[in-house]
Design a protein. Structure first.
Length: 389
């Protein structure tokens, strides 16, 4: 059943309004609709970042239409019916209406259909199963608009069946609950999730990390984390243990710092979750760097900043529970850089070797003892004194 927007509904306007790229796609793809998150966010009055479309056409017909219109494209997911149109360096996923023939807990064998309701029925949550046509007419077959208004995250149709089709939906449930949910979570969804926890083992580490990181990026992740704990999901993902209270005390923070607070021995998950090298290094730094005491003077702070990255120091300080004023002090100080290099010793006509290296390190320790304040000239004078001795 299609729900028609009322005449005074702010969402009741053509979705391509002010966007020539979308207007062009509607022109060359007759009957296309905007689907998924773009519809959901539009109804909430949120900025719409990515716009996906669905069509009754086959992927081959979509490619033919794009080619005829001179629009570039990439066959990003042909076996799943998806072609990405590229207009002014923006990508627009265009997916043929589908129905599932068989699923294995992560992927599905599909067939094409011309039935919009059948396509919507294979989506995960009611709030993601809505579509909107060129005129701004909203099609809502499963009560997604009401669920969105109520802050209810509900699977489309039978929750257990939706979970068994793709166990990644378990993690997506908590991410969407963290972002849009209010009040008690849907009981049917939680029951299906509890039963589906063993299926999490089928998921790739990269997808698990992507979803977990997305959940930790929302303003208030703690209610969702508590549901994950209560359903057994958190123990399956973080078998070494988790500390939700640390995340609560941390308050607003970037996802990696929240993960470091949440997971016991967080650095050990770098390989398990296939984190990037930069992510792994940051989390390792949060754990291994020891910030100076809160009462430390600026000289001691400069010494700490010279030997460790500011991000590591500030993150470790937050995990330690230090006051925000201390992190502000750390952030306000420029990171000192030892002003001498080997060429400064060589300029004194000394041959390169261990003696020069030891001398430079001795001067560096002198410079650090003085709060990393020494100028290049003062350090060169100290180097000459060390070498002369």
């Amino acid at each position: 059943m299609a729900a028609v927007n009322g005449p005074d509904d702010p969402a009741n306007r053509p979705p391509e309004e002010g966007d020539p790229a979308i207007r062009l796609l509607f022109t060359i793809l007759p009957g296309a609709r905007i689907v998924g998150g773009a519809v959901r966010d539009r109804l909430l009055g949120l900025p719409v970042a990515d716009i996906d479309l669905a069509v009754k056409m086959t992927p081959e017909q979509v490619i033919e239409a794009l080619h005829a219109a001179g629009i570039g494209f990439a066959p990003t997911g042909l076996k799943h019916g998806t072609v990405t149109a590229i207009i002014d360096r923006r990508g627009f996923e265009i997916t043929s209406l589908r129905r599932d023939l068989a699923t294995d807990g992560r992927h599905a064998a599909i067939a094409y259909t011309e039935d919009w309701r059948e396509d919507a029925a294979r989506r995960d949550f009611t709030i993601n199963a809505m579509s909107m046509d060129e005129s701004g007419l909203l099609y809502d077959y499963f009560g997604g608009q009401d669920d969105l208004a109520a802050g209810r995250i509900r699977f489309v149709g039978d929750a257990a069946a939706r979970v068994a089709e793709d166990y990644l939906r378990i993690l997506r449930f908590f991410r969407f609950y963290a972002r849009f949910g209010r009040g008690d979570a849907d009981r049917g969804a939680l029951a299906a999730i509890r039963a589906g926890v063993p299926g999490l083992a089928l998921l790739s580490a990269e997808r698990v990390w992507h979803e977990l990181k997305g959940l930790l990026a929302v303003p208030k992740p703690v209610p969702a984390l508590m549901l994950m704990r209560d359903t057994g999901v958190l123990a399956a993902l973080l078998p070494a243990g988790a500390d939700i209270q640390r995340v609560r005390k941390l308050g607003q923070a970037e996802p990696l710092l929240r993960f470091a607070a949440l997971a016991r021995n967080a650095p050990a998950y770098a390989d398990r979750l296939r984190m990037s090298k930069a992510e792994a290094a940051l989390i390792e730094g949060f754990y291994t760097v020891v910030p100076p005491p809160v009462a430390a003077d600026d000289d001691e702070l400069r010494r700490a900043l010279e030997s460790a990255l500011p991000a590591h120091l500030i993150g470790a300080s937050r995990l330690r529970g230090d006051p925000a004023s201390f992190q502000a002090r750390l952030a306000s100080l420029p990171r000192p850089v030892f002003p001498l290099r080997g060429r400064d010793a060589l300029a004194l006509d000394l041959p390169a070797g261990e003696k020069v290296g030891r001398a430079l390190e001795q001067v560096r320790q002198w410079w650090r003892a003085g709060g990393c304040r020494g100028t290049p000239a003062e350090c060169r004078a100290e180097l000459a004194r060390v070498l002369a001795g």
